[in-house]
Design a protein around this ligand. Sequence first.
Ligand code: PLP
Length: 328
Amino acid sequence: MPADSPFVPAAHEPVLVLLEQDAHGLVRPRVADPDVPHLRVTDQGVTRGDGLFETALAVADEAGTLRMRKLRAHLGRLASSATALRLPAPDAAAWEAAVDAGLRAVEAASRPAPGARLSVRLTATRGPEATPGTAPHPTAWVLLTPVPAPDEAERRAGVRVLLLDRGIDSTAPEHAPWLLTGAKTLSYAVNMAALRHARAHGADDVIFTSSDGFLLEGPTSTVLIARHDPDGRRRLLTPLRQKGILAGTSQAVVFAAAHAAGWRLGYGPLIPADLEDVDGIWLASSVRGVLPVRAVDGRETPVDPTLTARLQAWLDADGDPGHHVSGD
Ligand code: PLP
C-alpha cells in the first residue's frame, strides 16, 4: 500500500503505528497494516535481540476515550533504556505522537466501551545491519492490542512463585554495566525460559534472586512486600533497584499512594528471609496489575483480600508520578 493512502484498521484488531523519518529527518507516525511484514530479516532487533521496549496499559474512560496510563513514566524509562543501550531511539514527542495516533485509530475503528483495555507496546531496535558507508537507522513502532478484562480469580487467589537464581551477582550493575540489568531490552528469552521452568514445576511465576542471595524482581514484574514495623505502622517494601532490577512504573504508583496514605516505605536490600512473617507479597506490572503471591517455593504465604484490593485500587486509580520518583 502506498504511504500516502492511509491504512484503516479493522475493529477489535491490533493497531500498528510505525515511526518513520520523513525527508527532513523528522520522525512521524503512520498507521500501517499489522498483517503484512515490516521488519527486515537483518534487523538487529531480530538477529541479536538488540533493542528496547515498553509495555503500558491504555483504558477507555466513560466517553470511550482511550488514555495510556503512566505515559511520562514509561517514556522516561524508555529514554533510560535507550541511554543504557546507546540506541538513538525516537524522542518522547515522537513516541507521544505515535501513541496518540494509535489510540485515536483504535477509537475510530472500535468505539471502545468504558473500561476497555489495550496493551500499548513501544519497541525500538537498532535497525537493519548497516551496509558499509550507510548510517545505522533504528526501527521503531507502537503496537496496540486489545486485552481482556483482568482475571478476577487470579487477582483474588494469587499466584505461586518459585525463587530462581538469575545467575548474576548483585554488584553487576557497577562492574558489568554491559549486562544492561536495569534496562528493558528486547532480550527477554531468559525471562520467558524462567517462566516456563516455573510452570513445568507447578508454579505460575518467578521471583529472581541474585547469585549472592538478594531478592530482585519477577521476569515481568516488580516485587512488593507489606509488613508491620515493631511500632505497629505498616511498611511497604520493594527490592533495592541498584541491585540490578528495572524501575517499575507500577511500583512507583503504588508507593506514592501508600506514602500518601501514611505507610512507611522501604527500598531493600531484601533477601529471601524477608518473604517470611509478612502481611502480603505481590507482583506488580502495568498490564496484569497487582497480583498477590500465595506460595513461595511451595510454602503458603498469607493473602489478605482487603490489602490486595487496596493496592490494586491504588494502581488502577492511575497517577503519573513521573520517572525516578521513588527509590533514587
Ligand atoms: N520488571 C521487569 C523485568 C519487567 O519486565 C516489568 C514489566 O514488564 C516490570 C518489572 C514491571 O514494570 P511496570 O510496572 O513498569 O510494568
